[in-house]
Design a protein around this ligand. Structure first.
Ligand code: ARG
Ligand code: ASP
Length: 726
């Protein structure tokens, strides 16, 4: 008996050891699940230092930046740091050929020079709370559909109440596939100004070539300032606003990092799929990723060629191509990683283990066997419909660019047809705005090439049931070049002036005539087919898979009872902890945990856009003028690796040491780890951070904006040194 117990303890211990770094944990539950282990690994503070609703804690210094990044406060005067790639769109939107902040960088030399960013928000988390009981209240009496309705209804009411008449932005999110619900309550600040951004040759050094890779030399950071009304509360942009005083900001450590040091990442990971069945993994690696990679191959080939040959197109398409390329490259790494891990077989082995547990528990036949039978049949339908939806999404929704405008006109037309005058007028107003921003970043010849390449893919790769008859018909009527010319020459959408005039006038009868515009008509047929024949099937299968996942997940939770389990990421605040460490990507190769300016100089090549080091940085390297930012050995550190479990959304997250001091800024993962959203591998999964000392060096020595350091709290160096830097 004793022996058995010992074995169990040993087993749990070894599991914990193995999984010690996997996981994106809920701040509220750290004390219960993780704190002991964190402290053992070198964390010197308490769980309340991270998350506390009564006193200032780290969570008060971390924000959701924009739509899907993380940022953090680094001074008591509203200064915020996040990734260059998170602020990329704003930096681009302030840029023109004359004022090219993308290429040259931007540094406000005083508060007055900081640039406002309409539409950009940051959200501070006030609190999170388990509201499972409230969300599920009164749902027992319903069948599945009724229950979902009731849950939605409860959710709306709870969110509304917690918002305190609009004071807070509130969101209830399911955890563990709806086995639990949490509410997240935020304060949203809407006056966020750009303070500084390095040139792309630093902030995006290595570009798409180095993206998702190690060794990395990217100074991926940008500075913003959060402004509030005089009462420190959120306020729309106003010149009278004042810098926001956060409850908490991060002190910055100049001590640097050593292998084995404790690291913690606090941020907003977006989405992961750790618990999906083997069917889903199989479909992702063998169908979805390859499909989407192939479509994006085409897009990138076209866009990159035009960017190479035209500097205006480079500015116009830089953000678009970076975002197309990012997932494109990640999916390729994900396929390789899942193959290397034998992910499908591993999932199947887990499912076998689960089955045995359920059999022993006498719940297999009644509860879980039906779930797996459902998976078997649901995934057959899902695979087919997801293929169609991936193609529509990549080609119609975000492929051919003019479809964007076409969809707006299509909506306007249908509102007019349905006599929804008010809605139509609102849509007309919105379209007017969109036309201007659309054309700022539009190059028609590029789009024509996209049309010419992508439409045949849609037509050839999908079975006829997934296409409107109209598509093969017009494609076969024209040989391809002719179709492009006809559509683009005849469509009013290619004429900005005409469009603006049309929208300004807003005459419904005239707008109705656009039904016959060749681009709008084509879009209309594609969209109609999607809405009528693809989306309903997709939604239905999705929801049935979710219902089955909920049961399966409940089983996993029961099977793992007593062991810490983390829910999939959902763009809310999580904590990932690990260590500074390098890794061994393959036999005979070992990566160290850090890179330096020497590596940047090794890559320097004025002929290659991604590796063209700014002259000023070359000069600083020559004179080795690294000040207090250098390592003990005299190198200027650039990036480092750690084993924190992170994903998209974690970009810009603070990475702190055991004392809670900022040592870096998370911005990426390594190539061998891109499958960690689906399966984490302790040997390979590494996140990449920019060493905070490199960011400070760039601000101070490169940009000459050292005045910004005065409002920061620098720790880990002699104070005389701090006094002498300004
Ligand atoms: N891979 C990183 C992340 O997923 C950085 C992406 C931005 N950089 C780029 N070269 N596209 O967001
Ligand atoms: N680069 C990602 C982001 O932008 C982070 C990651 O996927 O590791 O959030």
């Amino acid at each position: 008996m004793r022996y058995k117990k010992l074995l169990v303890v040993l087993f749990i211990f070894s599991v914990l050891q193995l999984q010690s770094k996997e996981g994106m944990w809920i701040p509220l539950l750290l004390e219960k699940y993780n704190l002991a282990e964190m402290q053992e690994m070198g964390f010197e503070l308490s769980a309340k230092d991270i998350y506390d609703i009564n006193n200032a804690s780290m969570k008060d210094a971390v924000v959701v930046f924009g739509g899907g990044c993380t940022g953090e406060m680094i001074s008591d005067e509203g200064l915020l740091i996040t990734n260059h790639h998170c602020g990329y769109r704003q930096i681009q939107s302030h840029s023109s050929i004359e004022n090219d902040y993308l290429s040259n960088g931007f540094w406000a030399m005083s508060r007055e020079e900081e640039l406002p960013n309409p539409g950009l928000t940051v959200r501070f988390l006030e609190y999170m709370e388990d509201v499972t009981d409230e969300v599920l209240e009164g749902t027992e009496v319903f069948d599945t559909e009724g229950r979902e309705e009731k849950i939605k209804d409860n959710t709306r009411k709870i969110e509304h109440k917690a918002s305190e008449r609009g004071k807070f932005f509130t969101q209830i999110k399911p955890l563990f596939y709806g086995n639990q619900y949490f509410i997240y309550v935020y304060k949203v600040y809407r006056d966020v100004r750009l303070v500084g951004a390095p040139p792309s040759a630093i902030g995006k050094f290595g570009g798409d070539t180095d993206n998702w890779m190690w060794p990395r030399h990217n100074g991926d950071f940008a500075l913003y300032r959060v402004y509030s009304g005089k009462d420190n509360e959120p306020s729309a942009y106003s010149p009278d606003n004042v810098p926001y005083k956060p409850k908490k900001y991060f002190p910055i450590s100049l001590e640097g990092v050593k292998p084995g040091d404790f690291t913690m990442v606090l941020g907003n990971p977006g989405s992961t799929m750790q618990y999906v069945p083997s069917h889903e993994v199989d479909m992702i690696m063998n169908q979805r990723d390859p499909d989407r990679v192939a479509i994006r191959d085409k897009k990138l080939e076209i866009i990159k060629a035009d960017m190479e040959s035209n500097p205006l197109v480079r500015i116009q398409y830089s953000a678009k191509s970076a975002s197309i390329s990012n997932a494109w490259k990640k999916w390729q790494g994900e396929i390789l990683g899942l193959q290397r891990l034998n992910a499908v077989e591993k999932k199947q082995a887990f499912e076998e283990e689960f089955r045995n547990w359920a059999i022993a528990n006498e719940t297999w036949e009644s509860e879980y066997q039906p779930v797996f039978q459902n998976f078997d049949s649901l995934y057959v339908v899902y695979q087919d419909i997801v293929k169609a939806s991936d193609y529509y999404s990549e080609i119609v929704l975000k492929g051919v660019e003019l479809f964007d405008l076409a969809s707006r006109f299509n909506n306007i037309i249908s509102s007019i047809e349905n006599r929804q005058t008010r809605i139509a007028n609102a849509q007309i107003l919105a379209a007017e705005k969109r036309v201007t921003s659309f054309y700022k970043d539009y190059n028609q010849p590029t789009d024509e090439k996209l049309f010419e390449a992508l439409l045949p893919m849609l037509n050839n790769d999908l079975p006829p049931v997934h296409l409107p008859e109209y598509l093969p018909e017009i494609i076969s009527k024209h040989d391809n070049g002719k179709l492009v010319r006809k559509v683009y020459r005849k469509s009013v959408l290619t004429d900005m002036k005409k469009l603006e005039a049309l929208l300004k006038k807003g005459n419904h009868r005239e707008l109705l005539k656009l039904r016959d515009d060749p681009m709008i008509k084509l879009y209309n047929r594609l969209n109609f087919h999607y809405e009528a024949n693809i989306k309903p099937v997709l939604d239905n299968v999705n929801s049935r898979i979710r219902q089955n996942m909920k049961v399966y997940m409940a089983g996993i939770m029961q099977m793992k009872e007593g062991q810490p389990l983390y829910p999939d990421a959902n763009l809310t605040l999580r904590v990932a902890y690990g260590k500074v460490e390098g890794y061994q990507p393959r036999d005979g190769v070992k990566y160290t945990h850090y890179t330096t300016l020497d590596g940047i100089m090794d890559k320097d090549n004025p002929e290659i856009y991604d590796y063209n080091v700014p002259q000023k940085l070359r000069d600083l390297y020559e004179t080795a003028d690294f000040g207090m930012y250098k390592t003990e050995e005299g190198y200027l550190p650039v990036c480092f690796l750690a084993s924190n479990h992170t994903t998209g959304g974690n970009s810009g997250s603070p990475i702190v040491n055991g004392k809670g001091h900022l040592i870096g800024l998370n911005f990426d993962r390594v190539w061998e780890s891109t499958m960690s959203d689906i399966m984490y591998d302790p040997d390979m999964s590494r996140n990449i951070a920019i060493d905070i000392r490199y960011a400070l060096f760039i601000i101070d020595k490169f940009a000459g904006a050292g005045y910004l350091l005065e409002e920061m709290e620098l720790v880990g160096i002699e104070t005389e040194v701090v006094d002498s830097i300004h």
